[in-house]
Design a protein. Structure first.
Length: 477
């Protein structure tokens, strides 16, 4: 399995200069900002896509934008590949290095630099964790909306790179909808600023281009993010259905009726059992699928919205409707959902897919996913952001069995192709990385890929930033 996805061959001119490169980096950075001993490099050889690993040439851990710029100027001058890294939580292999690459980790740039309630913004360094922003401003009644399941660990720089989402992004949008500006170091060490506290900037929307670019256009060191006032109240409700198809059809009808809850999360029976065993959240175990629907606002607003949702759910033969009765119960409901990936890891190795489909195709894609998994003789647990059609089938397999691992990858590729063929796309929030790189041709024509690669080349002519990722290796300029 470790060789199924190819990497670019290491650059001999870089490998032959390893000792000199490390000596030069030692002169550029404080001693505690450079890692180069082989044993100390091991924690950086992979990310959350653990099936693949490569030991990097060195790791730099700068504390300032100026230090990032100095490293980039040096690497650009000598053609040394650079792999940006946040917290290493990428599920698509976006932060996996290679032998000739310097990993540029931003974990030490972890300060909240400014909170501006008048403009409802915060300026943070790229190594700030997602959750820490909400924790910083929560006491004053605000929060930062995007909330990936890994929000306790994942960082804003990585969120920007992958345009991360989360459970509550149905109402509030993903990272790009909550990002107002960045400070970014270009490949040659030039520092630029895009956007800011104002609502829109003149000229091309370069900020929109950077968000989701997977570290291939520059290194984001600071971000200006939008803060949102906490709602008056919030109430998650559990809806249990006989089948996944019924639950999927209910989601389609809720959104089709013009009702936009703050979140609609889906779990099938295997996922329910896994999460309940871990979190003891009180999920019903006698149903085939579960929706966690959260509404927010005043008591009257929540009552009205829930009445409409319950009416729709009854048309789909809902078996269980349970409103949480306390803040503790609400926290448990979300603990189960947020812990889904970790809880699944307790019982099996898994690959997490990330295709997104039109809501009208949810039931169809769920049914076809089951057929694909059965054909490969594997198991799957489905848990995903149903409100925006962002599918997360967790394909269970034995990583110690190469044949089983290969089948899991093949099944995952078929599911992603299914999402595209259903009118969707390869990734909703995890990014392309190496995982989906060779599937890009299934979604895009050669002309479309060439145009995207031309934009990338305009920022990084020699392709030293995260070079093995996103685009198929064949056909590059």
């Amino acid at each position: 399995m470790s060789e199924a996805i190819r990497f670019l061959p290491p650059r001999p001119a870089v490998l032959s200069r390893r000792a000199a490169i490390i000596a030069d980096l030692t002169d550029l950075l404080p001693a505690d900002c450079l890692v180069h001993e082989p044993r100390e490099l091991v924690p950086f050889e992979t990310d959350a896509f653990i099936s693949y690993r490569r030991l990097p040439l060195a790791v730099v851990l700068p504390r300032t934008t100026a230090q990032v710029a100095a490293v980039m100027r040096y690497c650009h001058r000598y053609g040394i590949p650079v792999v940006p890294r946040g917290a290493g939580t990428s599920l698509s292999g976006g932060a996996i290095p290679q032998e000739d690459a310097v990993v540029l980790g931003l974990s030490r740039m972890s300060r909240v630099l400014e909170v501006d309630y008048a403009n409802r913004t915060a300026i943070v360094q790229a190594g700030v964790t997602n959750l820490s922003i909400s924790e910083t401003v929560g006491v004053d009644g605000f929060f930062y909306a995007p909330d990936p399941s890994s929000q306790l660990a994942c960082t804003i720089g990585g969120n920007i790179g992958m345009n991360s989402g989360g459970a509550h992004c149905l109402k509030y949008g993903v990272t790009t909808n909550n990002l107002l500006g960045v400070k970014m170091v270009l490949v040659d060490g030039t520092v630029i600023e895009l956007g800011g506290k104002h609502l829109d900037a003149a000229g091309y929307d370069l900020l929109g281009l950077v968000c989701g670019s997977e570290g291939q256009l520059g290194i984001v060191t600071e971000a200006t993010v939008r803060l949102i006032a906490k709602p008056e109240g919030a109430r998650p409700v559990l809806f249990g259905f006989e089948t996944s198809e019924a639950a999927g059809a209910c989601v389609t009808d809720i959104i089709g009726a013009g009702i936009i809850p703050v979140a609609v999360e889906f779990m099938d029976k295997p996922a329910i059992e896994i999460c309940e065993a871990f979190a003891q959240a009180g999920y019903p175990l006698d149903v085939g699928a579960l929706l966690i629907v959260e509404v927010e606002g005043s008591e009257a607003e929540m009552d009205t919205m829930l009445a409409g949702i319950v009416e729709i759910a009854r048309r789909h033969d809902v078996k269980t409707v349970r409103e949480c009765q306390s803040a503790t119960e609400a926290a448990l409901i979300w603990k189960g959902r947020k812990s889904a990936f970790g809880a699944t890891g307790r019982i099996a190795d898994y690959i997490c897919m990330d295709g997104t489909v039109p809501l009208g195709k949810l039931s169809y894609v769920l049914n076809k996913t089951s057929e694909i998994i059965e054909r490969y003789g594997l198991r799957v647990a489905n848990v995903f952001h149903a409100g925006d059609g962002n599918m997360h089938p967790l394909i269970l397999f034995n990583a110690n069995d190469p044949e089983d691992a290969a089948k899991a990858e093949e099944a995952g590729n078929e599911i992603l192709k299914l999402c595209v063929d259903a009118g969707g796309c390869l990734t909703g929030e995890h990014g392309v990385g190496i995982e989906k790189r060779d599937l890009m041709r299934h979604q895009y024509s050669e002309a479309e890929l060439a145009q995207q690669m031309a934009v990338r080349s305009a920022f990084d002519e020699d392709w030293i930033l995260n070079p093995s990722k996103v685009f198929p290796l064949e056909g590059r300029a």
